[in-house]
Write a protein that binds this ligand. Structure first.
Ligand code: ADP
Ligand code: MG
Length: 288
């Protein structure tokens, strides 16, 4: 099959049918610009339907650990839908159905034995609009560790809150007002608070759906810096409509179009030497 010549370097299919010859028919090259962990999440033939209408088609993708993977593509192409399959958030949408297989560390996350609430602690999620609870800064971060029994005493809980806020790069700005409402913070601070809340329950994966879209450039730069730091410890998947952001923060990029994964590879390759015409058209702003 001719299309197989243009398989991604990691062996996954580009997905869908070829839209014409790639612009630059270079053979796949395995780069190792960034130290990447082993596969953390493996999606195999994942499709999603909303009330019977298919939104995602047979997505097969490996997401490496200790790496930032960017999901890019025009609005409505299925980025958020795919992101939600990784922590079973589609379960919460009436009429949504997911087929195919998603493994985390080799374990089927859709198995009956998997508790979605525990899964969502392991696979945290950050949304476009910062969504702190209407509680104090301290309580926002303490809530998860408390319900999951991760702290045995008040002082242990205090330490978890402090460590999480530090790791989210927010501690210095809020240390003196831990008991004021989280909703009183600026947008960028709220987004870091939400990240601290996700970190507090010791996740392995952090999913971010356009986490900077509602932020100004300075707050955006802070979040991007933070994402780069978090990469050392976590598997991070970020949906972004900003090519520049994908290029800045990610090591791997997956390009989606009309519900299909068109192409995936090292970010540098996707942005300089895409294999698919549709990818080139999108990253050069010809559509989307
Ligand atoms: N809750 C939902 N109910 C019905 N259709 C949905 C829902 N969420 C998304 N869709 C549809 O699925 C497709 C993919 O949407 P989405 O994953 O949100 O795309 P993206 O995040 O790339 O903009 C779109 O056609 C969208 O209208
Ligand atoms: Mg979306």
């Amino acid at each position: 099959m001719k299309f197989n010549l243009f398989r991604a370097a990691d062996g996954t299919e580009g997905g869908g049918s070829p839209a014409g010859p790639p612009v630059i028919a270079a053979p796949p090259v395995v780069h190792s610009s960034a130290p990447m962990g082993p596969t953390k999440i493996a999606a195999r033939d994942v499709s999603v339907f909303y009330s019977g209408k298919q939104a995602l088609y047979d997505v097969t993708l490996d997401i490496p650990d200790k790496t930032v993977t960017a999901l890019i593509g025009p609005s409505g192409c299925g980025k958020s839908t795919f992101l939600r399959t990784m922590n079973r958030m589609n379960d919460t949408i009436p009429g949504a159905k997911v087929t195919g297989r998603i493994e985390m560390d080799g374990e089927d996350i859709n198995a009956k034995s998997v508790d979605p609430v525990l899964l969502r602690a392991r696979v945290g999620m950050v949304f476009q609009k910062p969504n702190p609870f209407p509680k104090t800064i301290y309580e926002n971060v303490a809530y998860g560790p408390r319900i999951h029994g991760l702290a045995a005493s008040k002082s242990e809980l205090d330490s978890v809150v402090e460590a999480s806020l530090k790791r989210a790069g927010l501690w210095e700005e809020v240390a003196d007002r831990l008991h004021s409402p989280g909703t009183g913070l600026s947008g960028g601070q709220q987004q870091r608070l939400v990240i601290a809340r996700a970190i507090a329950v010791e996740p392995e994966v952090i999913l971010m759906d356009e986490p900077c879209s509602a932020l100004d450039p300075i707050a955006t730069a802070k979040i991007e810096e933070l994402i780069d730091e978090l990469r050392e410890r976590y598997c991070i998947v970020i949906v972004t409509h900003s090519m520049a952001q994908a290029a800045r923060v990610s090591q791997r990029t997956a390009f989606f179009h009309m519900g299909r994964l068109v192409e995936t590879g090292d970010t540098e390759d996707i942005f300089t030497n895409p294999r698919e015409r549709r990818t080139l058209d999108y990253i050069t702003g010809r559509f989307g």
